[in-house]
Design a protein around this ligand. Structure first.
Ligand SMILES: [Zn+2]
Length: 240
């Protein structure tokens, strides 16, 4: 099922394979930009129907709560099959269609190197779709007006990589943690929990990683990102 975004233009559109991916990687950055009045959308490619803990309805409820905590304008799911995010033209078209409908300046996707193959597959699909969305003669079912995304950046889910750039989230770490805690079914150990890598100190590990990224750049907490294209500094080298 495709739920199209609101037709208002977004500043940021962040894709994840599963609800909670975007929060793990960049909830602080989203909360910060939302506090500045930016329009932000999250699009989950699957409903995480193969999650070991929780179920689709519960995960949607948790995703809604997390989006509300962060101040996200719109959240949608493309309902692609969990563990089935293969590079198929049908999927690329649907992702391109969402991009054309919501016209984001910046798109985010998971970083390719991740222990969960769905995250890398999500990145590849989004990268293809970002390119196709800007091609004038590329056809999608519903949206055929081309849209060129200005930047495509990658956030980190599992693991730690040397970031190409960081965003200071010191004032927003509590919001990030609150958004993650909204996913009780994923991160909270209960008697019914299946023991996944997520239920044993995962949120604390993410917090420690953001503290480490912060330490690397001289702030309390930061989120790290990868980019395929070098960044152009908008101000001079003195940061003025
Ligand atoms: Zn995931």
């Amino acid at each position: 099922m495709v739920t199209l975004m609101n037709d208002k233009n977004l500043h940021i559109l962040a894709f994840g394979a599963h609800a909670d991916d975007v929060e793990i990687g960049m909830a602080g950055t989203i909360a910060k930009l939302a506090a500045e009045g930016k329009q932000i959308g999250i699009c989950d490619l699957t409903d995480a129907d193969l999650s070991s803990n929780g179920n689709v309805a519960l995960r949607k409820e948790e995703a809604g709560k997390a989006a509300e905590i962060l101040g996200v304008s719109t959240r949608s799911s493309l309902g692609f099959p969990d563990r089935g995010l293969f590079l198929k033209e049908e999927y690329i078209q649907q992702v391109a269609s969402i991009i054309r409908a919501s016209k984001p300046k910046i798109v985010f996707a998971p970083y390719f190197e991740d222990r969960h193959p769905d995250h890398g597959n999500c990145a590849r699909l989004v990268e293809e779709a970002v390119f196709s969305a800007g091609v004038k003669k590329y056809k999608t079912d519903e949206n055929n007006e081309p849209h060129r995304v200005e930047k495509l950046y990658f956030y980190m889910i599992n693991g730690f990589h040397q970031p190409d750039f960081t965003v200071d989230i010191s004032l927003f770490i509590e919001k990030k943690l609150a958004a993650l805690r909204a996913y009780k079914s994923q991160f909270e150990l209960s008697e019914q929990s299946y023991n996944t890598p997520l239920v044993n100190g995962y949120i604390e590990t993410v917090e420690a990683r953001e503290r480490m990224f912060g330490k690397m750049v001289g702030v309390s907490f930061a989120e790290g990102f990868k980019t395929k294209v070098p960044l152009l500094l908008k101000h001079d080298l003195m940061g003025e």
